[in-house]
Design a protein around this ligand. Structure first.
Ligand code: ADP
Ligand code: ZN
Length: 517
């Protein structure tokens, strides 16, 4: 409805909405009264910050948490948004600056502690500055029966009436009594639009697989779902065309879609996908934003998405009708390398890169998860669940082994060669494979030479991939992608921590000696 995506990216630095955020942002922006219940860490603040930028007038945010308000104001200012706070933590100069910005009509967002509402002058001031929206964080503080009760929260209802503007209330407390009290005290009993969706989409089956022959893997997945509508996401435009062609050659009804196509051609694909049954669209992430097809039965990722949020959003396009839907995400060391490089060489300011790596790490953690994927995924969004019974790891638990020894061997090979080499060369060292490059650098003299020859080359490749997935090693773009050890790996190297690795992906590799227990 509103084009929030560019703001989401440019101001907040996020590539996708978190579960539930988009619907709430739309409703708040449209001026509806909203009560949203989201787990802690779910991303509530964006749900009023983004509408604040899309709506007219000042957005007043009421929150009891002074330190949090100050953090948010600082972050907004750094992102170029005019925001200020009026709290007891202010210096007189800060308060002065907020007032000045208000008087000049520059301020977009004003954070206020509830105590401020008690001052007689507050209402007059808020009337003058042209408030367009009231956002209430920690809305359960209005509940007299809860332990967070703040008497000043009771003034918020009055404020809403006096200003006659929409109100959006947020809380992580989900029980029905608290909810009723919020509706009564903040909205005078007139039911606001309620958002209480947990993040789980229980009808979607989750699965990941290590890339071994990606084209074959995607064709097999599509074959098992012939005549069902599905989407295959690819990392590049070229790949969408190649893969769509391969699917057609195998008798599927498939077409490609990416941002480099003429608008008209893209529209044709969109309409066909909406109308036809059993069409497969092979696409880049450009496909999806406006797609509202309820019966997409499967989504496959031929390449790893760029973050856990992007993953959730893309698989979430399947099964909107609530009927069972399936997903498969392929990933390999090249994907991880590519995503890291994109972050390191991207346009995002350096301080954002750390956060982007963390979101990628979360996705890699999900890819290398050893137990229920849904638990890992929802856990990231702050929601706890029991093992789901609807993911590949619940279907057949991962076979794991203590990988501490090979991981330490790999780390020591990396350090002995001063973090200047990629996996190929390191594996040559570990398996004692004497190449010219190896001899020229006298790496056959290293104590690590040949110490890993109990594992085959493909097994070592799987070990390196899992090490990247656990963020023990990272390719360094300034060293042509040479692998370097991270802080996370230090305790393992020092023998202070152990690491479990998955055996299945390793033993799929041609058998040499069995993986040691
Ligand atoms: P809470 O719901 O607990 O108030 P916050 O609004 O503080 O949560 O958000 C929790 C974290 O999630 C923050 O670090 C924020 O940067 C991050 N976050 C919020 N929305 C997104 C998004 N769409 N993509 C990635 N990270 C997000
Ligand atoms: Zn599960």
């Amino acid at each position: 409805m509103f084009d929030a995506a560019p703001l989401l990216r440019d101001v907040f630095g996020f590539d996708a909405f978190r579960p539930g955020q988009e619907e709430i942002v739309d409703a708040v922006t449209a001026g509806e009264n909203v009560l949203a219940i989201m787990p802690t860490g779910g991303g509530k603040s964006l749900c009023y910050q983004l509408p604040a930028l899309l709506r007219d007038g000042v957005t007043v945010v009421i929150s009891p948490l002074i330190a949090l308000m100050r953090d948010q104001v600082r972050a907004l200012q750094e992102a170029g948004v005019e925001a200020g706070a009026l709290t007891s933590g202010n210096t007189p100069e800060e308060t002065e600056a907020v007032w000045a910005a208000l008087e000049e009509g520059r301020l977009r967002m004003l954070y206020m502690a509830p105590e401020r509402l008690a001052a007689g002058s507050a209402l007059g001031m808020l009337r003058r500055i042209g408030v367009g929206l009231i956002a209430v964080d920690e809305a359960h503080c209005v509940s007299q029966w809860g332990h967070d009760f703040r008497p000043d929260y009771l003034r918020i209802g009055e404020l809403r009436r006096a200003l006659g503007v929409p109100l959006a209330a947020f809380t992580a407390t989900a029980d029905a009594e608290t909810r009723d009290e919020i509706v009564e005290k903040l909205f005078d009993g007139t039911a606001p639009r309620l958002f209480l969706r947990g993040f789980d989409r229980p009808n979607i089956h989750l699965a990941f697989a290590a890339k071994d022959s990606p084209r074959r893997q995607i064709l097999d997945f599509a074959e098992a779902r012939r005549t069902q509508s599905g989407i295959v996401y690819c990392g590049t435009r070229n790949k969408t065309e190649v893969l769509a062609q391969a699917l057609r050659e195998n008798g599927h009804n498939a077409c490609h879609y990416h941002g480099g196509m003429e608008a008209e051609d893209r529209r044709t694909v969109e309409t066909r996908f909406a109308r036809e049954d059993g069409l497969i669209v092979v696409a880049t992430v450009a496909f999806g934003m406006g797609i509202d097809k309820p019966d997409i039965r499967w989504v496959a990722h031929a390449d790893l998405p760029k973050s856990i949020e992007a993953y959730y959003q893309e698989i979430g396009r399947a099964g909107r009708d609530g009927a069972p839907a399936e997903t498969l995400t392929l990933y390999g060391p090249d994907d991880i390398r590519l995503r890291r490089t994109q972050i390191d060489e991207g346009l995002a300011p350096p301080e954002r890169r750390g956060a982007d790596h963390a979101r990628l790490n979360a996705l890699l953690g999900l890819a290398e998860a050893l137990e229920c994927r849904r638990q890992t995924l929802l856990g990231y969004f702050g929601e706890e669940t029991a093992p789901c019974g609807k993911c590949d790891l619940c279907d057949s638990p991962a076979d794991v082994f203590d990988g501490t020894t090979p991981v330490r061997m790999a780390l020591s090979a990396i350090l002995r060669t001063e973090e200047w080499f990629g996996a190929g060369h390191l594996i040559d060292i570990l398996t004692g494979n004497t190449t010219d490059k190896l001899r020229a650098r006298r790496h056959d003299d290293l104590p690590t030479f040949g110490i890993g020859k109990d594992w085959s080359r493909p097994q070592w490749q799987a070990i390196f991939r899992q090490m990247m997935g656990h963020d023990l090693i990272r390719p360094d773009p300034d060293r042509h992608g040479a692998l370097r050890m991270t802080e996370t790996a230090k305790p393992i190297l020092k023998g202070e921590a152990q690491i479990r690795l998955r055996k299945d992906t390793i033993s799929k590799a041609p058998r040499r000696p069995a993986v040691k227990e």
